[in-house]
Write a protein that binds this ligand. Structure first.
Ligand code: IPE
Ligand code: MG
Length: 159
């Protein structure tokens, strides 16, 4: 992100904070990574990678303006039907992000939680997810909730 862009984001964040109209809960469905990459003549994986960076900015900004609860719809049950190598790229990215961002989440007082059919995820991902959740469980500023292997059906059953 360029410096100019960053400054105007900060101004906007300040304005939002002052307006007192910050929602407690924001939910985001992640989409468009592939199209982002295609427009630039890049492989889909490049779009997913960029998506991770965008998520980082979003998480930081939400915590900054006082959102209490951010749900990211990250990987749906339908996403399992994608080509095998795309699914493994996504799982590898998820694993590396969970590892790489743990200390940052913790430092920013963000608590990680997760919803979805977690048992269908690769074991290494499940393990890292548990590690991150355990390490951040007492954090108070914002809860970052990752929906993984989720579906409308899954949510209905849980409810
Ligand atoms: C979101 O981007 C990533 C996931 C759903 C895992 P997409 O991969 O759906 O990107 P588009 O929709 O093909 O552009
Ligand atoms: Mg899509």
């Amino acid at each position: 992100m360029g410096k100019k862009q960053h400054n105007s984001d900060k101004l906007l964040q300040e304005e939002l904070k002052k307006s007192g109209e910050i929602p407690d809960h924001i939910a985001i469905i992640m989409d468009g990574n592939g199209r982002w990459a295609k427009r630039r003549g890049l492989p889909r994986a490049a779009g997913h990678k960029r998506g991770v960076d965008t998520v980082r900015d979003i998480v930081e900004a939400c915590a900054e303006i006082g959102v209490k609860y951010l749900t990211l719809y990250t990987f749906s049950t339908e996403n399992w039907n994608r080509p095998k190598d795309e699914v493994s790229t996504l799982m590898r990215l998820l694993l590396s992000s969970l590892k790489a961002r743990l200390s940052e989440l913790d430092k920013n007082d963000i608590k990680l939680t997760s919803i979805g059919d977690l048992s269908s995820l690769p074991v290494e991902v499940q393990k890292q997810l548990r590690t991150d959740i355990e390490k951040t469980r007492n954090n108070k500023r914002m809860t970052l909730n990752l929906a993984l292997s989720y579906s409308g059906r899954w949510e209905l059953i849980k409810a």
